[in-house]
Design a protein around this ligand. Structure first.
Ligand SMILES: Cc1cc2nc3c(=O)[nH]c(=O)nc-3n(C[C@H](O)[C@H](O)[C@H](O)COP(=O)(O)OP(=O)(O)OC[C@H]3O[C@@H](n4cnc5c(N)ncnc54)[C@H](O)[C@@H]3O)c2cc1C
Length: 315
């Protein structure tokens, strides 16, 4: 890090977001002798979950601990951190200027947006309180832990039928909740019924439970259906407004469009601005994918910097 004449902190790369994607990008950049600052405002997507699963060698680790270990590794190579939100980014001729909510101003040659996504949760009573503990979106992340339990799955559109088949694999005791939506024709409904899966068409009015455990699901007709876990994949939206403010294209799934070149991946429509992890169309929404994407985007950014330095005769 250097300090410019007007007091700005200067880095080669600013990484916005210190989750698995941002930390992996920062690790690659630090190991490539790049000065890197990671800013994170402490709202990880998997924050509501006590454990994260499916990431080799770290299965069952808490989201906080995974980040702590990641930070430790980045610091080893000179990476710096701010527990701050990046509130604005603008692009000058040669450098980006970014403002932090701490009041600091950062300039950098490149930026990696690893700002993640938010899950747009329904307003149903009890849903938010049980999200990540009794209500799950990902059978790969939390399905094994509730295998063979009385499970529910919300199917409110045709494309969620495939998702319901994943949950069927976890337990013989499965109820499909259509939440009042007209999803099934007779043929597709019978596919479930023939396999002993109950289909509940009443709208869901509340999820009931305590200490993070789902106990039952209340329906509009007054019945309570006992269930110990509910699966529902909510729509995703960008966590940060920076992609929109920077004019980046966000696709129908809510992801920033990332492109690739012969030098790597994670390019956006703004020169020098990269995207990694859940926020990007180039990654699947999981820790292992965010780590892989962040790592490759970090290497891509270093490649770009190396080419610029080599061609400019700088070292
Ligand atoms: C409840 C739940 C449980 C999950 N469990 C698992 C699991 O067990 N296994 C698995 O593989 N995946 C799991 N996932 C998915 C996993 O959380 C994500 O795929 C992963 O966290 C993506 O990493 P990321 O670095 O892209 O984003 P995130 O981990 O979301 O990190 C983005 C970071 O950017 C920060 N940020 C955003 N905007 C700004 C800004 N303007 N300035 C500064 N910082 C900013 C946020 O605060 C956040 O810390 C789970 C998801 C949910 C919702």
């Amino acid at each position: 890090m250097q300090i410019s004449e007007d007091g700005c902190l200067e880095y080669d790369v600013l990484v916005v977001g210190g989750g698995p994607a941002g930390l992996s990008a920062a690790l690659q950049l630090g190991r490539s002798l790049r000065s890197v600052l990671v800013c994170d405002n402490g709202e990880p997507r998997n924050g509501p979950a006590a454990e994260s699963h499916g990431y080799l060698t770290r299965d069952g680790i808490s989201p906080d601990e995974l980040r702590r270990l990641g930070r430790e590794e980045v610091v080893r190579y000179g990476g710096e951190f701010r527990n701050s939100k990046v509130t604005d980014v603008s692009r000058g001729d040669e450098r980006f200027t970014s403002t932090l909510d701490s009041g600091e101003t950062i300039t950098s040659r490149k930026i990696v947006l690893a700002t993640g996504v938010r899950d747009a949760l329904p307003a149903t009573e009890g849903f938010r309180e049980l999200w990540g503990s009794g209500v799950h979106h990902c059978p790969y992340c939390h399905g094994y832990e509730v295998r063979d339990e009385p499970l529910g799955v919300v199917v409110t559109s045709q494309h969620m039928v495939e998702y319901a088949k994943l949950i069927y694999n976890l337990s013989d005791d499965l109820v499909v909740f259509t939440d009042g939506q007209d999803v099934f024709d007779e043929e597709s409904r019978s596919l479930f019924v023939e396999r002993g899966i109950e289909v509940e068409d009443e709208p869901i009015t509340a999820l009931n439970g305590s200490d993070g455990n789902l106990e039952s699901i209340s329906l509009a007709d007054g019945r309570n259906v006992v269930r110990h876990a509910l699966f529902y994949p909510p729509p995703m939206e960008q966590h940060s407004d920076l992609p929109e403010r920077l004019g980046l294209e966000v696709n129908q799934a809510g992801l920033v469009e990332a492109t690739q070149s012969e030098h790597g991946i994670g390019f956006t429509s703004v020169d020098g601005l990269f995207v990694a992890g859940d926020a990007s169309s180039g990654a699947s929404p999981s820790i292992s994918s965010a780590v892989a994407d962040g790592s490759t985007v970090g290497a891509t950014v270093n490649m770009e910097l190396s080419i610029e330095d080599f061609e400019g005769g700088e070292q």
